[in-house]
Write a protein that binds this ligand. Structure first.
Ligand code: ADP
Length: 164
């Protein structure tokens, strides 16, 4: 079976992520979306919330499952017999770092990185930017699924109330 992983923080999942996951699901028999658990980073959503949103967003893809990883992604791949890491490339600025990481990962274990070029309409899209724009009242309804928008709006309102 040809297995791939789409790693990320997905805080929250965007239409850009879903585009890459759905395209990966046509190339591989099984795709695992792996949510990185990194305690040092300040996140808007908990790991469980991020998993819930991903599960809802990916429920139409029969060969996609959601998991978490901690530590090195290559160890996650080795444990699960995954030989491909799928990354979306938005712009040249993504490339330097992604190339370095791809080469490092393949030097550690038997794994290839497959780059999928982003659909142009999502090339500016990042979770961090979605949060920033939504925080200041911008319309992000075309950038995330409706259920994510609802959670995002609610969480930002909670945060605003807490700050007052
Ligand atoms: P972000 O960069 O949105 O904060 P993540 O760290 O969760 O998101 O991203 C995980 C991976 O998803 C990235 O390495 C990249 O490969 C891919 N990705 C994120 N946003 C997009 C997008 N708009 N188009 C294509 N790929 C994307």
């Amino acid at each position: 079976m040809r297995r791939a992983v789409c790693p990320g923080s997905f805080d929250p999942v965007t239409n850009g992520h879903i585009d890459i996951v759905s395209r990966a699901s046509t190339l591989f028999d099984e795709v695992t979306v792996a949510v990185g658990v990194n305690k040092s980073k300040n996140r808007l959503f908990t790991v469980e919330e991020r998993i819930d949103m991903l599960a809802e967003a990916c429920r139409d893809y029969g060969n996609v499952k959601i998991d978490t990883f901690q530590g090195l992604l290559v160890d996650f791949c080795k444990d699960r017999g995954i030989h491909a890491i799928v990354k979306g490339l938005r712009a040249v600025s993504d490339f330097d770092y992604e190339l370095q990481m791809a080469q490092m990962n393949s030097s550690l274990v038997d794994v290839e990185t497959v780059f999928i070029p982003t659909t142009p309409e999502y090339s500016f899209l990042a979770s961090s930017l979605v949060k920033e724009v939504a925080r200041f009242g911008g319309d992000v309804s075309s950038l995330v699924p409706a259920h994510v928008l609802a959670r995002l709006t609610a969480r930002l309102a909670e945060r605003r109330d807490a700050e007052m």
